[in-house]
Each structure stands twice: as C-alpha cells, then as structure tokens.
Design a protein around this ligand. Structure first.
Ligand SMILES: Cc1cc2nc3c(=O)[nH]c(=O)nc-3n(C[C@H](O)[C@H](O)[C@H](O)COP(=O)(O)OP(=O)(O)OC[C@H]3O[C@@H](n4cnc5c(N)ncnc54)[C@H](O)[C@@H]3O)c2cc1C
Length: 229
C-alpha cells in the first residue's frame, strides 16, 4: 500500500514529525507501539526501513512518525527530501512492542526518537484511574526533548503520569535530571518488582538497561524492548 506525506514539522534540530495517510484505506488499524515499514527507491535501489507509529489509532487513515535524520544514512536523507503529496510504499503495521495486558504500573524508558511508540501508547493507556506510568526520557540537549509540551500536559491531566526528562548535556538553566537514563533507573523503580518495563532506542542503551534490570532480578516477561539498530 501507499503512504502519502501530508505534512512535516521540525520538532528539534534534525528531527521531524511527519504526518502521513494511507489513501487506499479508510482506516489504518494498529496497536500502539507497532511500526510501519516504508520502502522507496534510493539511487535505483529499493530501501526499506521500519518506523514506530508516534500517533494514537483512531485518526482514520492518518498516522504520524518521528524521524531522526541520520546524516550519513541511506534512507532518512531521502525521506527528509519528500514534499507534501509525495508517496512511498508502505507495509502495514507490525510488531509486538505493545503494552502487556492487563496494564500494570509501568516504566517507559526512551532515548531520542525511541520516544515515538511511547507517545502512541500513552495517548491510549492514560485514562482516569489507569495504572501509573513513568516516562524516563534521555536526550543530549534540552532542545531535543521531543513532544515535551504534550507530555507536560499529560502530567497535568493525569496525576498517575510522571514525565522524567534527563539531559546528558544540560545548559546552565536546566534544573531537571541530568545524565543518562541508567542513572535514574533505581529511583524510577523505587524497589518495586511488580512493574512492567519498556525500553526503546538504540542498542547500547537497550542492552545496558536490560543488563541492569536482569541484575535487579526482573523477569524477562516484565521487560519489553525495541531496538532501532
Ligand atoms: C522496529 C523499528 C522501529 C524504528 N522506529 C524508528 C523511529 O520511529 N524513528 C527513527 O528515527 N528511527 C526508527 N528506526 C530506525 C530506522 O529504521 C532506520 O534505521 C533509521 O532511520 C536509519 O536509516 P538510514 O537508512 O537513514 O540509516 P542507515 O544507512 O541504515 O544507517 C544506519 C545507522 O543509523 C543509526 N540509526 C538508526 N536509527 C537511528 C535513530 N533513530 N537515530 C540515530 N541513529 C540511528 C544506526 O545506529 C546506524 O549506525 C526504527 C527501527 C526499527 C527496527
């Protein structure tokens, strides 16, 4: 099927929020946390890459992606050259990086564009009286706190939601958490064993956090992860 670009917005240096639609479908069905695969021809070669859906289901055939431009990458510079109205091939949503049911208090750990699936999940999972969610989000600079306003609004609306951004390169005015997400794991877990933990980002973070959680005695079933590379 086809995915047509409707519009994009730069939400941080080198990061864009893309709005696509699947024109041949009335509705795109997916579970928050799933990804789509996009394919297009780059230098006469068909290239396919996976992208987590950053929006919630229920917007008809529209869906949103959050993409980081990898400077020497094959596909992302090409996607960043697309204009509204351009289309690429798309495979339907897939993936098992979804919230476990029944929902339990959860810790979501993201770095960079690894925030995308969590934005989708939280838009659906946070309801009055829902379990508690803590979102631990690591980036280098404050300007890279993707969707910060949206998460801060969720925090206002839902007392059981905690947004914990952390910066590895904070500016002089930053008063929040600093350092890598790993630094804040213990505090976020607060000695509990009855939480589900979700990790999304590049391999070094995901592998490292899994190792730490294993050392803390977490069961493999309680940890779900998506590696972007
Ligand atoms: C299930 C899944 C979901 C994904 N969802 C997203 C998403 O929502 N947003 C997104 O931006 N990417 C996502 N990715 C990564 C994406 O598929 C591509 O790998 C990425 O866009 C780079 O493609 P490229 O062809 O430009 O780079 P390539 O030429 O393939 O070069 C790969 C290099 O890019 C690095 N890289 C891969 N992803 C990223 C990233 N996000 N940020 C920084 N460096 C990266 C790799 O470490 C590697 O060094 C996802 C990957 C998977 C497997």
């Amino acid at each position: 099927m086809e995915a047509k670009l409707i519009e994009w917005v730069e939400i941080a240096p080198g990061v864009r929020h893309f709005i696509f639609e699947a024109p041949r479908l009335a509705r795109l069905d997916f579970i928050p946390g799933q990804f789509v695969s996009l394919t297009d021809s780059v230098d006469s070669r068909a290239i396919t890459r996976a992208y987590s859906i950053a929006s919630a289901p229920g917007a008809g055939n529209r869906f949103e992606l959050c993409l980081n431009r990898v400077e020497d990458g094959t596909f992302t510079p090409h996607l960043f050259d697309l204009s509204p109205g351009d289309a690429v091939e798309m495979q339907p949503p897939l993936g098992t990086f979804t919230l476990r049911q029944p929902l339990r208090d959860s810790l979501l750990v993201a770095t960079g564009t690894g925030i995308a699936p969590f934005r989708s999940m939280l838009k659906i999972a946070l309801q009055p009286g829902s379990p508690a969610f803590t979102l631990l989000f690591g980036v280098r600079f404050e300007s890279h706190l993707l969707y910060r306003e949206g998460f801060e609004e969720m925090e206002q609306e839902f007392p059981q939601f905690h947004f914990w951004p952390t910066l590895t390169q904070p500016g002089p005015d930053w008063r929040g958490r600093t350092g890598r997400v790993q630094t804040h794991l213990m505090e976020a877990i607060a000695g509990r064993k009855d939480v589900d933990i979700y990790l999304c980002g590049l391999r070094p973070m995901v592998d490292d956090v899994r190792q730490i959680l294993k050392g803390m005695g977490f069961d493999r079933k309680q940890i779900r992860y998506e590696k972007y590379d």
